[in-house]
Design a binder for this molecule. Structure first.
Ligand SMILES: Nc1ncnc2c1ncn2[C@@H]1O[C@H](COP(=O)(O)OP(=O)(O)O)[C@@H](O)[C@H]1O
Ligand SMILES: [Mg+2]
Length: 504
């Protein structure tokens, strides 16, 4: 394995992972987009939508926290709500030129994803030079930095904890038809510095949306990714979602050893080694690592994607079996809140769906843990059997009709599963007192033109983004219920009254 140790990464630019490597490692896409194509125009519309307010009207811009291929990432602070710290990825439009579709993809994919291990998008801004993506700020640094900080590698127990988080996130992405295509330690960040901080996937710049949930293997031919983490089939130019699993295998190898499995001092040599896919686990470095870990690695780093484990299969590998965690008790207060959930008005639900995005880690930690515990199949969304099982564990046995009714009420957008935000908004009442500050934040998300009131169009747009497809006429009815002054819009006072009726 020679010289590819992470510990000395600054002196080893050929094999790893310093700033220089990061900036040069991304391989440009082959194809380009005509700027007047429907996709590009659609993006221009997205940009136009968010044009009214400037980034600096809303946020104080702080220091640079990351350097990207097409721009940089800075920390920001909301001017009206100083507690809200965000990360702002600013993409230099002149650098992406005809690749506007990448930007569009990154935003639309991020908008549609709702999972505790995937970064949350707040809003976007456009100015003459940059397109800005505002997202939750993760202060704990990159997984890459953590590997360095822990001495160049991570012990097996901790690696298993991180791998589980990574695989849960990838399982969810694949379940909803998204392939990330650029998984590597720089694209995972820790939400904060605490030892049990969540790990979140960032950087959906190369991600791609698939058709019908991978029922068929869909061909993706663009040649993308970062050399050490690229799957053999990507080099060949014909690949599907399993390319992410290969990258996860490389990340696991890197965490355990501090080396990359397929090194090389030029890109050509790296690719040659990847194509050979000869995994050597005999080196003394492996002596202290369990057979179970090696077995999982061998099943992830398989050249043939058809023989490679899926994320769901990997999560069921015996390496993750921790007997102490098998009989985890669910918090009865949370389950009770779930059980006694009463359907709220459409508008209350939409508002709560926004509010949960802005809650701090401390506020939702227990709820997030409960979500993981109930999510037995680890897909990042809850089905009716999982809800039933959770209730049973707390001694609640609902007749089928009542269970179906409860489930329908919880499932706001009618997708047939309870997503993370739906779960949070339903169980919030067991934990949280909404304050004026939170309500104002949510109000401003609806009132994106900063007019001081919410219109039918605002509600229509937000509901559609949440997957709740309603007509404008339906929205008018929804608005009328809240519009106490009958002036056709919702002011902050009406918004507050509506949510105090939500008994949160
Ligand atoms: N939400 C975030 N919180 C904290 N740091 C972030 C966040 N998003 C990005 N970063 C930092 O900025 C770097 C570059 O961001 P990324 O989205 O990966 O850009 P690029 O597509 O150019 O690689 C990341 O590797 C990370 O260090
Ligand atoms: Mg990145």
């Amino acid at each position: 394995m020679g010289c590819c140790c992470l510990k000395n990464q600054k002196t080893l630019p050929t094999h790893k992972l310093d700033e220089n490597t990061k900036n040069t490692s991304m391989i440009p896409l082959k194809s380009s987009t005509n700027p007047t194509s429907p996709i590009a125009l659609d993006l221009q519309n997205t940009i136009k939508e968010s044009k009214k307010r400037e980034l600096t009207d809303v946020y104080n811009i702080k220091k640079v926290i990351g350097q990207g291929s097409f721009g940089f990432v800075r920390k920001g602070q909301h001017k009206n709500h100083p507690d809200l710290i965000v990360a702002i990825k600013s993409i230099d439009k002149s650098k992406i030129k005809n690749e506007l579709r990448l930007l569009k993809r990154e935003v639309t994919i991020l908008q549609s994803i709702d999972h505790p291990n995937i970064i949350k998008l707040y809003e976007t801004f456009d100015d003459a030079k940059y397109f800005h993506i505002v997202m939750e700020f993760c202060s704990g640094g990159e997984l890459f930095e953590k590997i360095i900080e822990l001495g160049g590698k991570i012990n097996e127990k901790k690696t298993a904890v991180y791998m589980k988080k990574i695989l849960r996130a990838v399982n969810h992405l694949h379940e909803v038809g998204v392939c990330h295509r650029d998984l590597k330690p720089e694209n995972f960040v820790f939400e904060n510095d605490s030892p049990d901080a969540e790990l979140k996937i960032i950087d959906f710049g190369l991600s791609n949306k698939f058709g019908s949930k991978f029922k068929h293997i869909v061909k993706m031919e663009s040649f993308v990714g970062t050399p050490y983490y690229i799957a053999p089939e990507v080099i060949k130019g014909d690949y599907g979602p399993k390319c992410d699993i290969w990258s996860v295998g490389v990340i696991m190898y890197v965490m355990l050893t501090g080396h990359v499995p397929f090194p090389g001092d030029t890109q050509v040599k790296i690719f040659k080694n990847i194509m050979k896919a000869k995994l050597k686990l005999e080196n003394p470095i492996w002596d202290t690592i369990s057979d179970a870990a090696k077995d999982l690695l061998k099943r992830l780093l398989v050249a043939n994607p058809h023989q490679r484990l899926s994320a769901a299969e990997a999560l069921n590998h015996h390496w993750f079996n921790d007997p102490s965690k098998q009989k985890l008790a669910l918090d009865p207060n949370i389950i009770l809140a779930l059980r006694s959930y009463k359907p709220k008005s459409q508008m209350q639900r939409a508002a709560l769906g926004i509010i949960v995005k802005y809650l701090s880690v401390d506020q939702i930690k227990d709820l997030r843990q409960a979500f993981y515990d109930i999510d037995v199949n680890q897909k990042g969304e809850l089905n009716i059997h999982e809800i039933d099982e959770a209730l049973n564990k707390c001694g609640i046995n609902l007749p089928k009709t009542q269970l179906s009714e409860l489930f329908r009420n919880l499932d706001y957008n009618g997708a047939g599963v309870i997503n993370y935000s739906e779960f949070l908004s339903a169980t919030l009442s067991s934990k949280i007192q909404l304050d004026e500050h939170m309500l104002w934040m949510a109000f401003k998300v609806f009132d994106k033109e900063d007019q001081g009131f919410i219109t039918v169009d605002n509600i229509h747009e937000i509901m559609n983004k949440m997957g709740k497809h309603v007509t404008k006429d339906q929205v008018r009815e929804i608005l009328n219920e809240v519009d106490l002054q009958h002036d056709g819009v919702i002011c902050f006072d009406e918004f507050k009254k509506m949510l105090s009726g939500a008994k949160i």
